[in-house]
Design a protein around this ligand. Structure first.
Ligand code: ZN
Length: 198
């Protein structure tokens, strides 16, 4: 039996497709949305649509941005010769929050995972290699310390080493399997400062 009208069921079903949203939360959110002022619902749906329509990958570092080139890559204050490789834009944000890193980034949008069928060609590695043809002094590999993150780090280090560019890996101490975005700033900075050459 359908307890709710099909419109409500539809909203619940759509919300339940979001990551981390179970059936109960979807139901709670749906009823919350229905009771929100109409303008607020409009603002929410507009924000979702315009973000989806206008955000794309930075032409240089592949992070999400609404310009051709993201503000970090465009900044004259950043050291463009040091590239920190991260798995996703949330990890980039975690390092940016420390306010201490002066280099630039490269966002892979994933990690190599044979188990999930994600190979080197499925993440933004080709773009990284292209950048290495420019003036680069160091590549800091800051992928997660999960199995996938480590496999990706190994793969990148093998690619970069022949170019003669210094390759470093952020220090472990970052909990195994831990997502960078959940790690506090002090730990992140310690991992960065303690990076070792591969
Ligand atoms: Zn960029």
């Amino acid at each position: 039996m359908d307890y709710y009208s099909s419109q409500i069921s539809n909203l619940i079903a759509e919300l339940a497709r979001l990551p981390g949203i179970g059936a109960k939360t979807a139901q709670r959110l749906a009823f919350h949305i229905i009771n929100m002022p109409r303008e607020q619902v409009e603002k929410l749906s507009q924000a979702m649509l315009s973000a989806r329509n206008n955000i794309h990958y930075c032409k240089v570092c592949c992070t999400l941005t609404d310009g051709d080139i993201c503000p970090i890559c465009a900044s004259a204050k950043r050291n463009q010769k040091t590239i920190m490789v991260v798995e996703n834009a949330r990890d980039l944000a975690a390092y940016e929050k420390t306010g201490k890193y002066e280099g630039v980034y490269h966002v892979l949008h994933g990690a190599i995972s044979p188990m999930l069928g994600i190979g080197p060609a499925d993440i933004r590695l080709k773009e990284l290699l292209m950048r290495l043809q420019g003036e680069v002094e160091e590549v800091i590999i800051a992928t997660n310390s999960s199995l996938e993150g480590e496999a990706t780090a190994m793969y990148i280090s093998k690619l970069v080493k022949p170019t003669g560019i210094k390759v470093t890996r952020i220090a472990s101490g970052v909990p195994v399997g831990g997502d960078l975005e959940y790690i506090d700033e002090v730990t992140l900075l310690r991992a960065l400062d303690g990076r070792v050459e591969l």
